[in-house]
Design a protein around this ligand. Structure first.
Ligand SMILES: [Fe+2]
Ligand SMILES: [Fe+2]
Length: 147
């Protein structure tokens, strides 16, 4: 069963960011499947968690670099949301490492936070990006002029 379904209303309209958000959903689904498979093979869960945390941190860095570059006025507030999420995930990881069962809490946090953050907080930067004429793929460098 798919844990998180991607739908068109989650798209913010910036190609590369949407691709990253879809991949965050996919990684969350992989973590869910690793947990759901109910095996005693912990590395499956740990690998899925590690990939998800790494990718999420990279995604945040990419967004935050774009904010700095484009002078987004809500940069600090947005970063604060990313930081709260990181802290919450780290707290759960510490508990996981000490033997607590945090599977449901982790999946709930990911699902609720990602949905809210993408639909509300990330969507809020799109108008500013567009006003600064950011292309659909903001990470692609401008093509170099041909001599
Ligand atoms: Fe995002
Ligand atoms: Fe964000």
């Amino acid at each position: 069963m798919t844990f998180m379904h991607w739908s068109a209303d989650l798209e913010i309209g910036l190609e590369e960011i949407d691709r990253q958000h879809r991949w965050l959903f996919e990684l969350t689904n992989r973590l869910h499947d690793a947990i759901d498979s109910n095996t005693t093979v912990q590395p499956g869960i740990e690998d899925a968690l590690e990939q998800l945390v790494d990718y999420t941190m990279n995604h945040f860095i990419i967004e935050e670099e774009l904010f700095e570059r484009l002078g987004y006025p809500e940069t600090e507030a947005h970063k604060a949301q990313h930081n709260v999420f990181c802290r919450n995930v780290m707290d759960l990881l510490v508990r996981y490492d000490s033997g607590d069962i945090v599977n449901t809490e982790m999946l709930d946090l990911l699902k609720n936070w990602l949905l809210h953050h993408i639909c509300t907080v990330d969507k809020a930067y799109v108008a500013h990006f567009r006003a600064h004429k950011v292309a659909p793929n903001p990470l692609t460098p401008e093509p170099k002029p041909v001599n």
